[in-house]
Design a protein around this ligand. Structure first.
Ligand code: GLV
Ligand code: MN
Ligand code: MN
Ligand code: MN
Length: 407
């Protein structure tokens, strides 16, 4: 498979769910997600690869060399954030497909038969924008989230994961392949590689992250007829929480803690009604677990005081807690070696963003690689990586996957 073929496929897939400013909107289990899945299945079946869909919508394209042998998995996710970028996730799946096609070509052309099989995977709902928590499909596959509980998760419209996956025809019942290792390539979503003029990141660890699900319960009343002193406005309290979540980062060294409220829904959401309920989700991340825990403690104290001050109820629940992951040294060294062999600049780095590899690293040796992101921006339409960097990444992933498949 040539570099041109990769670029042609990548830019074709970017048209599915395309948004006006070069982004995509392909949230999990939507019609746009279905179309990218159909494309993935088409790529595989054209090559005679078996496609399997498991009970949480993960898709596997199997390149079997040795019946009965375990599988090296490569992949990422084709779903996106709302108004997301066209590289986050999709790049890794497309790179995986093309790496697998190249490796198969070489093996079928009479090369040595490897001891392991290869499978390309499109994990369900990595982004978690529509259905929280994120990294859902790979976490269920890894056995760290419960499948039945995840099938019951609902979006803001009340549609469950089970209904949505069934609705697009991707709630499967196949067993996934038995993995021996996992490799993923992704855009950096930061600006380190760009700043240092490097092409490859060898990811050695991930940050500690957790979310807070916050429900503020005030009292619904008339915005005109209710005396100011009688109002129990859920949005006023929620607004103070948004600021607390932002300001708590200031209690620590610069950039040691990052946090935001990214989601907020308000009921009943009418110009003439004092809001009765606000639901917010805060995302706290740090390299240090104790910093996240200290920030959480401080927020819980301040939120309790706020509830008392406003005479309203505030319920807070922890969810989506992800421990730091340390990727095996052998995989980090493999990425460094492959990059050096290809003449690509490489450095070790951490990931602050979550990836399917964070789940997979809990169960099999996992390799995580980055390519540069222009301006470091992501989860937005402006997200961009150059064709040249993408192609270098496909070469690097192919070499890594080949090493893993040949054991
Ligand atoms: C999801 O994209 C995450 O970074 O957690
Ligand atoms: Mn991603
Ligand atoms: Mn993402
Ligand atoms: Mn992510």
């Amino acid at each position: 498979m040539s570099a041109d073929a990769f670029l042609k496929d990548f830019h074709l897939v970017a048209t599915i769910g395309a948004t006006p400013n070069n982004g995509v909107d392909r949230q999990a289990a939507t019609e746009e997600d279905r179309r990218t899945r159909d494309w993935f299945a088409g790529f595989a079946t054209e090559r005679g690869w078996e496609v399997r869909v498991d009970g949480i919508g993960n898709m596997f394209a199997l390149v079997e060399f040795r019946p009965g042998a375990k599988f090296v998995l490569v992949g990422s996710h084709l779903d996106s954030q709302p108004l997301g970028g066209r590289f986050d996730g999709a790049y890794g799946v497309m790179a995986g497909l093309h790496a697998a096609a190249r490796i198969e070509e070489q093996v079928r052309a009479g090369g040595e038969l490897p001891p392991f099989n290869l499978a390309v995977v499109n994990w369900f709902n990595e982004e978690g924008g529509r259905f929280a928590p994120s990294i859902m499909g790979s976490s269920v596959f890894a056995g760290i989230m419960d499948r039945s509980a995840m099938l019951e998760v609902r979006d803001l419209q009340g549609v469950s994961v089970q209904e949505a996956l069934g609705g697009i025809g991707y709630l499967g019942s196949d067993a996934g392949p038995e993995p021996v290792s996992y490799a993923e390539i992704h855009i950096e979503q930061g600006r380190i590689l760009e700043r240092e003029g490097l092409q490859v990141g060898a990811v050695d660890s991930s940050w500690y992250t957790q979310k807070l699900d916050i429900e503020v319960l005030g009292e619904q009343s008339h915005t005109g007829a209710t005396a100011m002193a009688d109002r129990h406005d859920a949005l006023v309290a929620a607004s103070k929480i948004v600021l607390m979540v932002h300001d708590v980062t200031g209690d620590f060294e610069e950039e040691a803690l990052v946090s935001s409220v990214g989601q907020l829904t308000l009921e009943p959401n009418s110009p003439i009604v004092v809001p009765r309920r606000v639901h917010l989700v805060a995302d706290l991340r740090s390299n240090s677990q104790s910093i996240v825990e200290a920030a959480r403690e401080s927020l819980l104290r301040d939120i309790a005081a706020l509830a008392e001050e406003h005479d309203i109820r505030i319920n807070v629940k922890d969810f989506d807690i992800r421990a730091n992951q340390y990727y095996p040294e052998s995989g980090v060294e493999l990425t460094e070696k492959v990059a050096a062999d290809l003449g690509l600049g490489v450095r070790r780095m951490q990931t602050m963003a979550g990836h399917d590899s964070v789940a997979m690293n809990r169960v099999v040796p996992t390799v995580m690689m980055f390519i540069p992101s222009v301006d470091g921006v992501s989860h937005c339409e402006r997200e961009f990586s150059t064709d040249e960097d993408m192609m270098a990444g496909v070469d690097a992933l192919t070499a890594v996957a080949r090493e893993l498949v040949f054991g």
